[in-house]
Design a protein around this ligand. Structure first.
Ligand SMILES: [Zn+2]
Ligand SMILES: [Zn+2]
Length: 323
């Protein structure tokens, strides 16, 4: 065999091998070393607490406002302190980054849809098409955009179930206690395989320039996070098989920058710096990691765990979370 033919065959076989991997394994595995592991999680929940500043969460080492997150939940899993929103630090863009794995400047009033398909679209088309098993549950009605996309291939295809805003009807802002009631009812009935939850009170009190209310709202969402994890561990179906990610869509301006904690939306570190807690049977325990991860990485990590391809996500698998 002459050299050219050998070279051609070599390249051909390599490409064939890569494409074989691409079609049979999660896309992110293709031709890239990812440790082989068997994933135990059968359910994944992403809880997004809307808009606390890192300086009032894990940046405050007395953990005054997040006793449950800091002293009970995070020690049961992994805390990523260097977690960031590197895109537009507004609610709809931040949530879109989490679900689609791309940073897009999405109008923040609910009038614009994500361009790219989300974890829900890929999951429904590749793993389980039962829409009652995927949910977007949000205090903010405008977050029903997360169930949709303008992408032509996916526009009219399967969408996750939605309970957003007042009475879950997609409009207005519901109080977090109402949303939390809905979460417990929907989880008890459907046991969603993949869901995203948004709680709004921290952000609303911040915008109202109510410092004490803002701090109290951080405490309140801290309690909701704990109650959600306790509920999961008390449910016979979800217990021991559920991953819970707790994170934020964005922070808020630093003190002394613009109007400080009242607003957010630019590139200051106060707006960018957020946290991620990863809890569940596949993750390390009592671990605080220094790896730099960002919102995009959630989608890729979820697609890896649930074994579906997500080619449009620009994130990476957060290897350091896993046991
Ligand atoms: Zn806001
Ligand atoms: Zn800012």
């Amino acid at each position: 065999m002459n050299f050219k033919i050998k070279l051609f065959l070599g390249v051909f076989i390599t490409l064939l091998f890569c494409s074989f991997q691409f079609t049979n394994l999660p896309s992110q595995v293709a031709c890239k070393k990812v440790k082989e592991r068997s994933i135990k999680s059968e359910f994944i929940v992403v809880l997004v607490i809307d808009g606390p500043r890192f300086s009032e969460t894990f940046g405050d080492t007395s953990y005054s406002y997040i006793p449950n997150l800091a002293k009970d939940l995070a020690p049961q899993g992994v805390l990523v302190k260097n977690f960031k929103n590197k895109g537009v630090t507004l609610t709809n863009s931040g949530h879109t980054a989490i679900t689609t794995g791309t940073y897009q400047n999405v109008k923040n009033d609910g009038a614009e849809l994500p361009k790219n398909p989300s974890i829900f679209h890929y999951y429904l088309s590749q793993v389980n098409s039962d829409v009652s098993k995927t949910w977007v549950i949000a205090s903010k009605g405008k977050l029903d955009i997360l169930a949709q996309t303008t992408n032509k291939t996916w526009k009219d295809s399967l969408k996750p179930s939605v309970y957003c805003g007042i009475d879950g009807k997609g409009g207005g802002y519901a109080k977090d206690d109402k949303t939390f009631e809905a979460i417990l009812a929907l989880f008890s009935e459907h046991h969603p395989k993949l869901s995203l939850i948004n709680l709004l009170e921290v952000d609303v009190k911040g915008h109202a320039n109510d410092w004490e209310g803002y701090l109290q709202a951080i405490r309140n969402t801290d309690v909701y996070a704990k109650r959600l994890w306790d509920f999961i561990q008390s449910d016979s179906i979800l217990k021991g098989k559920t991953t819970l990610f707790i994170t934020n869509d964005h922070g808020r301006h630093k003190n002394g920058h613009k109007d400080g904690f009242v607003s957010h939306g630019d590139m200051c570190s106060g707006c960018r710096d957020i946290y991620l807690i990863a809890l569940g049977p596949d993750f390390k325990v009592n671990s605080v990691i220094d790896e730099k991860y960002e919102q995009l990485d959630l989608s890729k990590t979820i697609s890896y765990m649930f074994n579906f391809n997500m080619p449009s996500s620009k994130g990476k698998i957060m290897e350091a979370l896993f046991k």
